[in-house]
Design a binder for this molecule. Structure first.
Ligand SMILES: [Zn+2]
Length: 330
């Protein structure tokens, strides 16, 4: 994979969409893998990375039962309907292939591979996603063993969080907000590159089972794709970054409250991140970025409170999984 692409993986949150679940061994999974090989720098890394974390429906149902044993999310969903479905767009297999290739590069970093922890993160992410304009989206979460707070969202809805970020989180609601922010980028098409339609059409062709033809098209256009991502990086680093982040936080709050999670401690969590050394290794959680997000949130956060309604309180559950990160059992 060209260096620029990898750089972007480290620096950016990008959008693109995985259309819900892709079963291993399905034709779509095979096509995605085949395409991912074209973008992967390291074939072995890709082989090793092939996601092993497809969310299990039974486990997810159990998680939902536990989650909503005392709380009804419907009043929250009614109070905060989805507002912007216009920019939500059809998924493309090319997106998820590129994401898989990028994720396999990131996956070469030291990771915390704990099935229980990852299942839990995926379940919370799926719950948040189910309250967005793309309810079928099933993000896949991974934990990097780094102490600096950081997060990366790749095409295809691969979300990487660092251990350092998760350790600053004190409740499931706070975790849900972190994930909701990443998911909001995915759903709302931020940082999408300019030839979106063109590449989406290509993806559609792939789905029509014409891999031979597509191979040649993609071979011919890989450089163009690469250039587009380079432009994307530059655009994102421009001055609109803060504005995009503020909008993303607003969407994240809406998703959070639609799940019935409390938003009471979100500002506290951002403040904790602000105080926490060392600084982030990505723009997303630098002190400057967190400070400007807090400024933007301060005026609006109270408008997301639903009075006289019980909100979710799953701090004990979160702390159980957090213990995995610290090596302690509770
Ligand atoms: Zn962001």
């Amino acid at each position: 994979m060209p260096k620029r692409l990898f750089l972007i993986a480290i620096c950016l949150t990008i959008r693109m969409i995985l259309p819900g679940e892709i079963m291993p061994g399905s034709e779509e999974a095979i096509s995605r893998k085949m395409l991912a090989l074209r973008f992967a720098k390291d074939r072995d890394a890709l082989e090793q990375f092939e996601p092993d974390l497809i969310i299990k429906e039974d486990g997810y149902r159990q998680f939902l039962r536990e989650t909503y044993d005392l709380v009804d999310p419907v009043p929250f969903q009614r109070a905060f309907p989805l507002i912007d479905t216009t920019r939500v767009t059809a998924p493309g297999i090319l997106d998820s292939a590129l994401g898989l290739a990028l994720a396999s590069e990131l996956g070469k970093e030291r990771m915390i591979r704990d099935q229980q922890l990852q299942n839990y993160l995926n379940q919370v992410a799926a719950l948040v996603a189910s309250n967005t304009e793309l309810p079928g989206l099933k993000p896949l979460c991974y934990v990097l063993d780094k102490i600096e707070p950081a997060s990366y969202t790749l095409p295809g809805a691969y979300i990487f969080l660092t251990k350092g970020l998760l350790l600053q989180v004190n409740s499931e609601a706070e975790l849900a907000f972190i994930l909701a922010h990443e998911i909001a980028h995915i759903v709302h098409g931020h940082f999408y590159f300019s030839t979106t339609e063109y590449w989406r059409n290509l993806s559609a062709e792939l789905l029509e089972q014409n891999p031979e033809k597509l191979n040649s098209i993609i071979d011919g256009n890989a450089t163009e794709l690469d250039q587009n991502y380079a432009c994307l990086l530059e655009d994102t680093m421009q001055s609109n970054y803060e504005a995009v982040e503020a909008l993303t936080d607003q969407a994240a709050l809406r998703y959070l409250i639609r799940c019935a999670y409390s938003n009471h401690t979100i500002m506290d969590m951002l403040f904790r991140l602000l105080r926490f050394p060392p600084s982030s290794i990505t723009q997303h959680y630098t002190k400057e970025s967190v400070r400007s997000r807090m400024d933007a949130l301060r005026n609006t956060i109270d408008s997301y409170i639903v009075h006289n309604r019980r909100t979710l309180d799953k701090d004990l559950r979160y702390n159980r999984y957090k213990a995995i990160l610290t090596g302690r059992t509770q």
